[in-house]
Design a protein around this ligand. Structure first.
Ligand SMILES: O=P(O)(O)OC[C@@H](O)[C@@H](O)c1c[nH]c2ccccc12
Length: 258
């Protein structure tokens, strides 16, 4: 059983206790666009802990961290909401969404519409759908549900087969996870490989995981990515603002003009 299987199994258990919660008119998702910028968009992540790295920065205050990200040019903020494996929460998401005026991504393992409503109610503008964790049917259903609520969807893939499924589901923003959620192995070459196929379709993509330096952001830019999703390095940096600014490397015109 892989870690992804374990996380999904636990999610199913937890969902039994979720109270029905419907997203209504009060939600005001912000548009999320990574195609206009001439600089690498950085989606900066709030992540206390993870199954692959253990404790990353357990004492961090999510609101302080989120404001630091916003002040230093982040395009969006990702907040882990999974409690059991990442020590995150929907309270973190809500507090962050209230404190900043850029889009917030609810980073969780979505397998049910109820989770999307909860994310929307907590102030998320973007949700993540992980292709490896979903059937084609669920991928379609959750995607439709998010769109109905005007949320943006980041559809995450790790290999060619998942990418084809994402494209068939009409994903419009693809996240290429450089980390294999089954083995934790990280390799930026995954973005290089899948980036060719995605950019050929004229779609934007986010290179996710394993970005530590400006040189990594440049490598990601060369693969055609117009955004990077960065957690650990920003959470552990001595000077988070400086690192975040350094990751906003120039993009070549074909990355932003598509
Ligand atoms: O901490 P990193 O290596 O910078 O990675 C951030 C982000 O990509 C990672 O947290 C992530 C990408 N996809 C996910 C899916 C679930 C949980 C976590 C993730």
């Amino acid at each position: 059983m892989t870690i992804l299987d374990k996380i999904i199994e636990k999610k199913k258990e937890e969902l039994a206790y979720y109270e029905a919660e419907y997203a209504t008119d009060h939600i005001k998702p912000l548009p999320f666009n990574i195609q206009k910028s001439r600089q690498m968009n950085v989606i900066a992540e709030i992540k206390r802990a993870s199954p692959s790295k253990g404790l990353i920065n357990p004492d961090m205050d999510p609101v302080t961290q989120a404001k630091l990200y916003e002040d230093n040019g982040a395009s969006a903020i990702s907040v882990l909401t999974d409690e059991s494996f990442f020590q995150g929460s929907f309270d973190d998401l809500k507090a962050v969404a209230e404190a900043v005026s850029i889009p917030v991504l609810c980073k969780d393992f979505m397998i049910d519409k109820k989770q999307i409503d909860r994310a929307a109610n907590a102030g998320a503008s973007i949700i993540l759908l992980i292709v490896a964790a979903l059937s084609d049917e669920l991928l379609h259903e959750l995607n439709q549900h998010a769109k109905k609520l005007n949320l943006s969807v980041l559809t995450e893939v790790h290999n060619e087969e998942e990418l084809q499924r994402a494209l068939a589901a009409k994903a419009d923003i693809i996240g290429v996870n450089n980390r294999d959620l089954k083995t934790f192995e990280v390799d930026l070459k995954v973005s290089a490989e899948l980036g060719k196929v995605i950019t050929a379709q004229g779609l934007p993509f986010v290179s996710e995981s394993g970005i530590f330096t400006a040189a990594d952001a440049e490598t990601a830019a060369k693969t055609g990515a117009s955004a990077v999703l960065v957690g650990e390095s920003l959470m552990k940096a001595q000077n988070t603002g400086e690192l975040l600014r350094s990751l906003q490397v120039p993009l070549s015109s074909d990355s932003y003009a598509r």
